[in-house]
Design a protein around this ligand. Structure first.
Ligand code: CTP
Length: 401
């Protein structure tokens, strides 16, 4: 037992699906990490697993009836308030839809609606139910309200269908639980993260851009959110879903990115600029599609606004500014120049000439370089781990700011 959840109190809500039996194992895994688990079951859940099983596994009486609770000396408000986290595993289509619509016709729904805790919900159901627009709309509604949805896995389902709907892997759920209850060391930070790729249009159908997918920005946003920071995203084209963060604005061009950022720049305590911004744009943008004519077609490009430089020039006291650098040669040297020219506190320099590093990859070959010249050579590192390294570097830097 590594005790990563030592002293934490977790409410485990179990609803009536075939994967309810996996919640037994999950309760054991949470307890093994040192947390206390209180299980709340719906009546349908009890058709799949007995409450006695959970009672023996957790050492706590299972709560299942709103009106019996008094006897056990706890109220649904206590269950809602006195925990570090609520995990619903599995969450059925019926349960998700009731919760998303504020219905409270069982104990577990009452607990959730009365709670200000962090909530993780792990859907598990038939693929067609999961993909049904009504369910998807309800899931989106829950995400908008800050509920963390652990997407189901794909594979053979108990109902005979093959597709997405199988309860996520328990190890994945455990990782998310650990992240949620870890120390909120960055809770004072109001962070702006830029991500994705800008697009500069020549005419209504053609543009210059780059292969950025927004994954690096997403990993950082998740990590900093799990440490309590408020997360604001301004992103160009991307292939991730930023809806669960505190604010999300989508922009197209570098100029739009600068304009959006300038609205609230003074309010951010920390700016992390992962976005891949186009350095050049077309000198003229045409309103109509250019027709094919001569064999050679020449275009004129002009220098784009450098958004990060603008942020550095307007840096306010106590604001930490982190830039990224995509380099193919003289990585450290070039990145250091960017620290000075853009007035940065820290830069993440990525060697994109290395295999599996850079745009669209799950890892980067990185160096963390601060304005005092300290260099952490991280080598090839998973983007999630890079986000963790960045968070601990910021924690240390904040102590000296
Ligand atoms: N950046 C920006 N606006 C630009 C270009 C870059 O805000 N027009 C930001 C990026 O978001 C990144 C940092 O500046 O955080 C460095 O980007 P990079 O592409 O590595 O460098 P450039 O400044 O564009 O310089 P070069 O292309 O010459 O390496």
């Amino acid at each position: 037992m590594s005790g990563e959840l030592k002293g934490k109190k977790i409410v485990l809500g179990v609803t009536g699906g075939i994967s309810a039996y996996k919640a037994c194992e999950l309760s054991r895994m949470i307890i093994k990490e040192g947390a206390q688990v209180k299980v709340v079951m719906t009546n349908n859940a009890k058709k799949f697993v007995s409450s006695l099983t959970f009672q023996y596994l957790t050492g706590n009486k299972v709560a299942d009836d709103m009106y019996d609770l008094e006897e056990s000396g706890i109220s649904h408000i206590q269950l809602a308030d006195e925990n570090d986290l609520i995990v619903i595993c599995p969450a059925t289509a019926n349960f998700i839809s009731k919760y998303a619509n504020g219905i409270a016709d069982n104990l577990l729904l009452n607990v959730l609606l009365a709670s200000k805790s962090q909530i993780i919900l792990c859907p598990a159901m038939n693929v067609n139910m999961y993909e049904n627009n009504l369910i998807q709309d309800n899931i989106k509604k829950l995400i908008k309200n800050g509920i963390h949805i652990v997407e189901p896995d794909s594979g053979a389902l108990a109902c005979g269908w093959i597709g997405k709907g199988r309860l996520a892997n328990l190890e994945t759920i455990m990782e998310i639980i650990k992240k949620k209850v870890q120390n909120k060391s960055l809770k004072k930070e109001n962070v702006l993260i830029t991500a994705g790729a800008t697009r500069e249009y020549m005419d209504p159908v053609r543009f210059i851009s780059n292969p950025s997918t927004g994954v690096m920005g997403y990993c950082i946003a998740e990590e900093f959110q799990s440490k309590g920071a408020k997360i604001n995203i301004v992103a160009g084209y991307n292939e991730v879903n930023f809806d669960k963060f505190d604010s999300y604005k989508e922009i197209t061009t570098a100029e739009e990115m600068r304009n959006e950022i300038s609205k609230n720049l003074n309010k951010y305590s920390l700016v992390i600029k992962t976005a891949a911004v186009g350095d050049y744009r077309f000198s003229t943008r045409l309103d109509n599609k250019v027709k094919k004519s001569d064999d050679v077609f020449r275009v004129e490009l002009e220098k784009n606004i450098d958004v990060l430089k603008y942020i550095g020039e307007n840096k306010k006291e106590n604001q930490i500014i982190v830039g990224f650098a995509a380099e193919t040669q003289n990585v450290v040297e070039n990145a250091k120049k960017k620290i000075n020219s853009k007035n940065l506190d820290l830069i993440v320099a990525n060697d994109i000439s290395k295999k599996n590093s850079g745009f669209g990859q799950s890892s980067n070959f990185s160096f963390l370089i601060d304005s005092s010249g300290n260099i952490d050579e991280l080598g090839l590192i998973d983007k999630n781990d890079l986000a963790k390294k960045l968070a601990s570097k910021i924690e240390k830097m904040r102590q000296n700011f």
